[in-house]
Design a protein around this ligand. Structure first.
Ligand code: ADP
Ligand code: AMP
Length: 225
């Protein structure tokens, strides 16, 4: 939490692979608010083999968006949990204008406000390289890049020691479809939030620490706790 906010509800917006999850992890530790990723929640359903997970996997493997009603009820339940009361870092939600409307309704119902929308800007050719080298820990979800942010040991998680995996949707053809959908459905949200004066743009084409600095600068100094 920063000294200038009583609560900190943030959206991280940007194309797949721009670094939302990477930044959310750092920001969550720094500001003591949970990282809420609809992609992570859906992948957890897939791993557990639930009915929702099986339905979502087919859609996710094609790079398409899971229906608004499914992600909407997931996010409503999650934001109503006690640890989200003082803020949340949203990663991957909202992804279209309809979802932005649902989020407005949820926040209004819970008596919360959106403090900032951080737009992480990265060029499409950089995205393809980043997602091609992305690996993650199937246990804790920590994200690595085999070139830019490699694990200490070959291909195992620094924290859990187990083999890292590549996401099924990080194949070049699927990446292209996800990018196309981002430009068509998600990018218009930048303008929507800009009209509300909430947007801060950060250059995501720089190393992880530089991107974090840009975001922290935009948010102000964190409280010493
Ligand atoms: P998103 O959550 O937006 O899909 P990730 O945080 O998973 O993106 O990052 C995608 C890939 O790019 C990961 O392999 C990650 O380690 C790497 N990465 C993230 N930020 C940077 C950066 N600033 N520079 C280089 N690589 C990065
Ligand atoms: P991400 O982890 O954010 O890259 O999301 C991975 C995949 O999960 C996406 O390509 C979608 O298929 C699905 N997904 C995640 N969040 C949403 C959302 N808010 N709306 C619809 N589908 C989503």
């Amino acid at each position: 939490m920063t000294s200038i906010y009583r609560s900190l509800n943030l959206i991280l917006l940007g194309p797949p692979g721009c670094g939302k999850g990477t930044q959310a992890k750092v920001l969550s530790e720094k500001y003591h608010v949970p990282h809420v990723s609809t992609g992570d929640m859906l992948r957890s359903e897939v791993r557990r083999g639930t009915e929702l997970g099986m339905k979502a996997k087919e859609i996710m493997d094609r790079g398409e968006l899971v229906p608004d009603s499914i992600v909407g009820s997931m996010i409503l339940r999650r934001l109503d949990e006690a640890d989200c009361a003082r803020g949340v870092i949203l990663d991957g939600y909202p992804r279209n204008v309809e979802q932005a409307g649902v989020l407005d309704g949820i926040l209004a119902e819970l008596g919360r406000t959106l403090e900032r929308v951080i737009v992480i800007e990265v060029d499409d050719d950089v995205i393809v390289r980043r997602l091609g080298g992305r690996r993650s820990c199937p246990k804790c979800g920590r994200v690595y890049h085999m070139e830019y942010n490699p694990p200490r040991d070959d291909a195992t998680c620094d924290d859990c020691g187990i083999a890292l995996v590549q996401r099924d949707d990080d194949r070049e053809d699927v990446i292209r479809e996800r990018l196309r959908l981002y430009h068509e459905k998600t990018a218009p949200l930048v303008q929507l939030y800009e009209q509300r004066g909430l947007v801060v743009r950060v250059d995501g084409n720089q190393p992880v620490e530089g991107v974090t600095e840009g975001i922290v600068e935009a948010l102000g100094t964190p409280l010493n706790r």
